[in-house]
Design a binder for this molecule. Structure first.
Ligand code: FDP
Length: 341
C-alpha cells in the first residue's frame, strides 16, 4: 500500500478548512469571513440539489408550475434568490445585498448587520435550465465603510476593491471556484460527504489559448475591433492555427472552461446594445477578479474591467476576458482604432 498517497487521499482540504487556514494568517480576524462564506456555500449546495431535480420539474412542479399536490411551485431562479438572500442575512455578517433578481438593493436590518456587502447572481444562465446545460451562481464581496451609515456607494465601487469573488457551477459536477485575493482555488462538491473538497489548487490560466467564445449571432452589429479580432481567430495571418469556437451561452460554464483551458471569452458591446449584455457588479467584476488572480486579464474595450466605477447597481459593460496574450491582442486592436480616430 502507498501510505503517502493514502494519507493524501484521507487528508481532505474542505473549503471551510481552507478559509480557516487563510484566516489564521490574519491574527486580528474574528472568523466573520468564514461564517459569511459558509452561508454562501450553503446556498450553493441548496441550488445544486434543486438544479439536479430540474429534469423532474414537470413531474414535481419545480419550474413555476403546479405540482401533483396542486401547490404552486416557485421558479428555480426565484427560489435560488430567496435561499441566498435568507442565508446571507441570517449569517449576521452582511450589510447590503445586490441580487440580479431584485431591482433594488437590500439593506439588512440594523440588528442583523455585519461588515460585508455581497453582490450576486443566484442562478446565471437560467435560460439553460430546461435543457440541462451547466448554469451557476456568481458572487463578489465588498467591505462596507460604516455599517451604521451604509449607502449604495458601498457597492458602487470598482471591482478592484472586492475582497473576494467566486462562482459555483452546477454541471456534471458541482464546482466552486474562489479567490480571496491571493490566487484562485477550485473545490468540487463530494455529494457523499456534502462537502466542497479542494480539487483545483492554485489555478493559473494558460498565457495564450486556442479557444474563443462569443455569440457570433450578434456579429452583424459588432464594432471594428471585435469584428477584426474574431476574424483573426478564424483566419490568423501570423502562421498560427485558427482558434476553436466554443460557446455554451452560460457565462459560468464559458468562463470556467476559459480559466482551465485558456483562450478568450467575449461579450462585446454592439450597435444595438453598446454596453453589451453582462452586468458589471455580479458578472463582469467577479469573473474579472478571478481572471486577474489566475494570471489572465479582463478588458472592457476601453479600460481594465476592474477599474470601472459603476453608477447603477444593474449596469452593463462589454467584456473581453481570458488568457493574458489573447486579451492583449484585443487591447491592441482597440488602441489602433483609437489612434486612427
Ligand atoms: P442567460 O441569458 O441565459 O441568463 O447574463 C446572462 C447570460 O445567460 C449569461 O450567463 C450568458 O453568458 C449570456 O447571458 C448569454 O447571452 P446570449 O444568449 O446573448 O449569448
Amino acid at each position: 500500500m502507498d501510505h503517502a498517497a493514502e494519507a493524501m487521499r484521507t487528508d481532505l482540504m474542505t473549503i471551510t478548512r481552507y478559509v480557516l487556514n487563510e484566516q489564521s494568517r490574519y491574527p486580528e480576524s474574528r472568523g466573520d469571513f468564514t461564517i459569511l462564506l459558509s452561508n454562501i456555500v450553503l446556498g450553493c449546495k441548496f441550488v445544486c440539489s434543486a438544479v439536479n431535480m430540474a429534469g423532474l420539474a414537470k413531474l414535481i412542479g419545480l419550474a413555476g408550475e403546479t405540482n401533483v399536490q396542486g401547490e404552486e411551485q416557485k421558479k428555480l431562479d426565484v427560489l435560488s434568490n430567496e435561499v441566498f438572500v435568507k442565508a446571507l442575512i441570517s449569517s449576521g455578517r452582511t450589510c447590503i445585498l445586490v441580487s440580479e433578481e431584485d431591482e433594488e438593493a437590500t439593506f439588512v436590518d440594523p440588528s442583523l448587520r455585519g461588515k460585508y456587502c455581497v453582490v450576486f447572481d443566484p442562478l446565471d444562465g437560467s435560460s439553460n435550465i430546461d435543457c440541462g446545460v451547466s448554469i451557476g451562481t456568481i458572487f463578489g464581496i465588498y467591505m462596507v465603510k460604516d455599517k451604521d451609515n451604509a449607502t449604495l456607494d458601498d457597492v458602487l465601487q470598482p471591482g478592484k476593491n472586492m475582497l473576494a469573488a467566486g462562482y459555483c457551477m452546477y454541471g456534471s459536477s458541482c464546482t466552486l471556484v474562489l479567490s480571496t485575493g491571493s490566487g484562485v482555488n477550485g473545490f468540487t462538491l463530494d455529494p457523499s460527504l456534502g462537502e466542497f473538497i479542494l480539487t483545483h489548487p492554485d489555478i493559473k490560466i494558460p498565457k495564450k489559448g486556442k479557444i474563443y467564445s462569443v455569440n457570433e449571432g450578434n456579429a452583424k452589429n459588432w464594432d471594428g475591433p471585435t469584428t477584426e479580432y474574431v476574424e483573426k481567430c478564424k483566419f490568423p495571418q501570423d502562421g498560427s492555427s485558427p482558434k476553436s469556437l466554443r460557446y455554451v451561452g452560460s457565462m459560468v460554464a464559458d468562463v470556467h472552461r476559459t480559466l482551465l483551458y485558456g483562450g478568450i471569452f467575449l461579450y462585446p458591446g454592439d450597435k444595438k446594445s453598446p454596453n453589451g449584455k453582462l452586468r458589471v457588479l455580479y458578472e463582469v467584476f467577479p469573473m474579472s477578479f478571478l481572471m486577474e488572480q489566475a494570471g489572465g486579464q479582463s478588458f472592457t474595450g476601453k479600460q481594465r474591467a476592474l477599474d470601472l466605477v459603476p453608477t447603477k447597481i444593474h449596469e452593463r459593460s462589454p467584456i473581453f476576458l481570458g488568457s493574458y496574450d489573447d486579451v492583449e491582442d484585443v487591447k491592441a486592436l482597440y488602441a489602433a482604432e483609437e489612434s486612427n480616430a
